[in-house]
Design a protein around this ligand. Structure first.
Ligand SMILES: *Cc1c(COP(=O)(O)O)cnc(C)c1O
Length: 225
């Protein structure tokens, strides 16, 4: 049994599992990135993760991400930070300055703010479009039927090279249906990267083509409230 506080051991177990799952279906384990979701995790766990060699982290709020990572950039130049939560246009400057990948591009207004900041700062984070695969009213993301037009706008008018799609399936539905839909949409639209799968369902996501999985509690242990 792995001690729940032993992040290094959890990480090793996750990486080993990714390798097995990938190999079983003829995928290269290197084609699947483990994103450790560090939102609401205490400082000492972040330090433990870094000490264990983890460098790719996901955060869902700009301010918390700054508090967690801004000062660590210098000591860890190979850090890769991903924004996986909704982004307000008025936080575009901070997001462009901090993140290496923004996974939640989901509307024109945000695209305009990001374009402006990317030009101003001379920085170009990778961009993923969030797709609302379950068409839930409360959830962010572009509806599947609107994706092709939205991508055309992003690539044309805004000059973005969108490199990935991201989804968060409805909790009450089998995640695999949504992962399969996201993979199909990516193939149809010439997009290589798929951010899908969390602690509860990353094995399914890997089976359906995920190139990054976002694991929070399965990596760090449960989030203290
Ligand atoms: C919190 C969060 C995760 C991680 O969830 P776990 O169940 O802790 O693995 C993944 N993706 C997004 C968008 C999140 O907000």
């Amino acid at each position: 049994m792995i001690n729940p506080s032993d992040i290094a051991a959890r990480r090793e177990a996750l990486l080993a599992e990714i390798t097995t799952l990938a190999s079983d279906i003829g995928r290269s384990p290197q084609s699947i990135k483990l994103v450790a979701v560090s939102k609401r995790q205490p400082e000492e766990r972040l330090a433990e993760a870094l000490a264990a060699g983890q460098r790719v982290f996901g955060e869902n709020r700009v301010q918390e991400a700054q508090a967690h990572w801004a000062d660590r950039r210098e000591s860890y130049p190979d850090l890769e930070l991903r924004l996986i939560g909704p982004l307000q246009s008025n936080k575009a400057a901070e997001a462009v300055a901090l993140f290496d990948v923004i996974e939640t591009l989901d509307r024109e207004k945000l695209a305009g703010a990001l374009r402006k900041e990317m030009d101003r700062q001379g920085r170009a984070p990778g961009l993923y479009v969030q797709v609302n695969t379950g068409e839930e009213v409360q959830k962010a993301g572009i509806a599947p039927a609107e994706l092709a037009d939205f991508l055309a706008r992003m690539r044309g008018h805004y000059g973005f090279s969108v490199s990935g799609l991201m989804c968060i399936p409805p909790v009450e539905e089998p995640a695999g249906l949504h992962f399969a839909l996201l993979a199909k949409l990516a193939a149809q639209n010439n997009i290589a990267e798929l951010s899908m799968g969390m602690s509860a369902d990353y094995p399914v996501a890997i089976g359906l083509g995920a190139t990054s999985i976002r694991v929070g509690t399965g990596f760090f242990g449960s989030r203290p409230d």
